[in-house]
Design a protein around this ligand. Structure first.
Ligand code: AOF
Ligand code: ZN
Length: 379
């Protein structure tokens, strides 16, 4: 049994190696759905000094899982090692054998996991399996960060819907965009880079039809080095009025575009969109005749999305906040004044509902060039 001979690492060393595993896991955010993006790091003592011998994140589209990839890369060095993993190794037979079994087979001495996997097929059974094999297991190192990183997975497996983030760029006078055919440039290059990284790290990005008609956006990730990381693009369009000539529809064969329509939206419109590579989803209407936001968000969960970013515009942001399905708000504040012909950032609601929503706590405040980013999470 390997446990007795395992070299002991200090709590401080545990935190440092887990921090590395979390960093590795974060690189896969946005491209592993419906699975979480897990990070795994194999640490082996070389001449008495603990060193990282391999690391891996869950592969794009969710398989293979992180642990077998990291263990394979470590080869014989996995024997007697400590494995740091940001989520409890799985215990279920999915399309791949359980990671817990791979960890046991590799001869790992100790496993440090950040959090338990809330997936009902796992839920502590991965840890139990490891312990039954004589592996020393510690759970909870780096848990706070892991709960952020796995928020999408946790929300999907416990509530059946993705983690929902509302992102908005707001001018100094509380406006979202000029009234006109082109979007106002509100924020500078640093803020733009951060916003595009957010796009890379989300599974899907959603706008209302109003934004499509006003801005004709692409909604792709155009950050250098991340060009292939565009999320699924979603448009809330109850009546299927999206122009076939829009940039979104014209690029539907390159980057997925799903249009969310009401159940009774015209079939000939849906057919025209399908012909151009657009996926048309049908969601029920609420009492106000518009698409029922909570039902629609559940539908996205059923389709496997774990992280949804709502990018506008003012009406759509207000509707999501109103529906109570928002978990995170990211507001970029710019010093630019847009003036009286621009739209208020939140339609028909005071801006404070967006900048200081009730029940949310600030988790980040950053200066990005001349702009400020504030991120808030639902408590
Ligand atoms: C791990 N390591 O890297 C990931 C895990 O459909 P399957 O068989 O791929 O299983 C998906 C579930 O596995 C997912 O819901 C989550 O509980 C877990 N994801 N587990 O040990 C990983 N991505
Ligand atoms: Zn697994």
């Amino acid at each position: 049994r390997p446990a007795a001979s395992a070299p002991v690492l200090s709590p401080r060393e545990d935190e440092l190696f887990m921090a590395e595993a979390l960093k590795v896991g974060q690189t896969g955010l946005g491209r592993t759905w419906p699975n979480p993006s897990v990070g795994a790091v194999v640490v082996q003592h070389v001449d008495g000094v603990p060193r990282i011998v391999s690391s891996a994140a869950t592969a794009p589209t969710g398989r293979p899982h992180a642990e077998p990839l990291a263990l394979a890369a470590a080869g014989e060095l996995a024997r007697g090692s400590t494995l740091y993993v940001t989520l409890e190794p799985c215990s279920h037979h999915g399309r791949t054998p359980p990671c817990a079994d791979a960890v046991i087979a590799a001869g790992v001495s100790r496993v440090v996991a950040a959090i338990e996997d809330p997936d009902h097929r796992v839920k502590g059974r991965g840890v139990a399996r490891l312990r039954a094999a004589g592996i020393w297991v510690t759970v909870g190192v780096g848990a706070e960060q892991a709960l952020f990183d796995h928020a999408g997975h946790i929300r999907r497996v416990t509530e059946g819907r993705p983690h929902v983030m509302v992102k908005m760029a707001v001018s100094a006078d509380g406006k979202a965009a000029h009234a006109g055919p082109k979007p106002a440039v509100v924020t500078g290059p640093e803020a733009r880079a951060r916003a595009h990284l957010m796009r890379a790290h989300t599974d899907a990005i959603l706008v209302g039809l109003g934004t499509v008609l006003a801005d004709d956006p692409m909604l792709t990730c155009r950050l250098e080095g991340y060009e292939s990381r565009s999320p699924v693009r979603l448009v809330l369009d109850a009546e299927l009025d999206i122009p076939l000539t829009s940039a979104l529809v014209r690029t539907a064969c390159d980057v997925p575009l799903w249009v969310i329509a009401a159940e009774d939206a015209p079939a000939h419109r849906a057919a025209a969109l399908n012909e151009r590579g657009v996926e048309v989803l049908r969601a029920p209407r609420g009492a106000d005749g518009r698409i029922h936001i909570p039902a629609m968000v559940k539908l996205l969960g059923l389709l496997g999305l774990t992280r949804l970013m709502v990018e506008g515009g003012p009406t759509t942001a207000a509707r999501f906040l109103e529906a109570g399905v928002v978990d995170e708000v990211a507001v970029f504040r710019s010093p630019v004044i847009l003036g009286s012909d621009a739209f208020p950032a939140l339609a028909g609601r005071p801006l404070i509902r967006l900048t200081q929503p009730v029940g949310f706590a600030e988790v980040e405040r950053a200066e990005l060039g001349a702009d400020h980013l504030v991120r808030l999470w639902r408590r």
